[in-house]
Design a protein around this ligand. Sequence first.
Ligand SMILES: *[C@@H]1O[C@H](CO)[C@@H](O)[C@H](O)[C@H]1NC(C)=O
Ligand SMILES: *[C@@H]1O[C@H](CO)[C@@H](O)[C@H](O)[C@H]1NC(C)=O
Ligand SMILES: *[C@@H]1O[C@H](CO)[C@@H](O)[C@H](O)[C@H]1NC(C)=O
Ligand SMILES: *[C@@H]1O[C@H](CO)[C@@H](O)[C@H](O)[C@H]1NC(C)=O
Ligand SMILES: *[C@@H]1O[C@H](CO)[C@@H](O)[C@H](O)[C@H]1NC(C)=O
Length: 247
Amino acid sequence: MKSAEKLIIIVCFLFQGVLCREFSISLPESVEALRGLCVLIPCSFEIKEEYDADLQTDLTGIWNKDDAYNNKVFNSKETTENKIEGEIIGDLHMKNCTTIFYNISERDSGEYYFRVETSGKLKHTYSSSSVDIRVQDSPISPSITLYKEDQGKVEDQNEVVEGTSVSLICSAPAPCPSNLPTFTWNFLPEERRQEQNHNTSFSSSQLNFSATHLHHGVDFTCTATYQLQNKTKSEQSSFRLHVLCKC
Ligand SMILES: *[C@@H]1O[C@H](CO)[C@@H](O)[C@H](O)[C@H]1NC(C)=O
Ligand SMILES: *[C@@H]1O[C@H](CO)[C@@H](O)[C@H](O)[C@H]1NC(C)=O
Ligand SMILES: *[C@@H]1O[C@H](CO)[C@@H](O)[C@H](O)[C@H]1NC(C)=O
Ligand SMILES: *[C@@H]1O[C@H](CO)[C@@H](O)[C@H](O)[C@H]1NC(C)=O
Ligand SMILES: *[C@@H]1O[C@H](CO)[C@@H](O)[C@H](O)[C@H]1NC(C)=O
């Protein structure tokens, strides 16, 4: 290698992000989605510096499905004609193409390729990387787990002795941070403490109370409600508690 070439490579390396920028995109390899819910695709892209000024123009984000160039399913300028409903929540001017697709169905499974268009010269399809949206058919129903004081999680069991401190935790998938489910219980013990939590993929509602005979045979039903675009989707599950007499 000639020393001049070497120098250019070193300079490029030192000033990466300033000089010698290439088109590139950062996408997860795959994202899991549940039918009927939305899915969030974290996305950011890079462009050659010669196009920087175009970032200040009018920008459009486009997603092509399964074919990098020929199957447009989403265009951020379209409001009604898109094959898949969605929204680019990232700021394209900041090279952030983070996208939410709503109301995912099985036929939306596939590889998605991003394209950016400006009203300037910059028009580029990122064909080298795609995100695989995997739509799960599994129901989004919540699950209820019983925890007993000092015993932790108790599997396949619904009996507690009167006076025991118990927690009922209802948890439901929350694949999309902008659409976290809200929980309601059909029955709330009088003396209780309640809290709602979420981690990266689940939300939960926890009821803490001391079991009394009043809770014997009660069906605790938890309803998880998702706010989808213009409608809500609710799923529920039940848990019957058996309270044993402390006598
Ligand atoms: C892109 O935008 C999303 C949504 O506003 C935000 O949560 C995320 O942090 C942004 N990513 C970067 C790299 O700035
Ligand atoms: C969600 O998608 C299904 C199937 O594609 C469609 O029948 C339904 O109308 C859509 N719902 C909304 C709110 O767009
Ligand atoms: C409920 O109980 C659990 C464990 O016993 C505890 O970690 C949690 O903080 C309690 N929550 C509330 C709201 O009291
Ligand atoms: C999130 O919470 C769910 C249920 O509460 C649990 O099964 C899962 O392991 C948790 N995930 C992370 C990343 O903590
Ligand atoms: C959702 O609501 C907006 C405004 O309220 C309306 O313009 C749009 O047509 C609705 N979309 C669907 C799919 O019902």
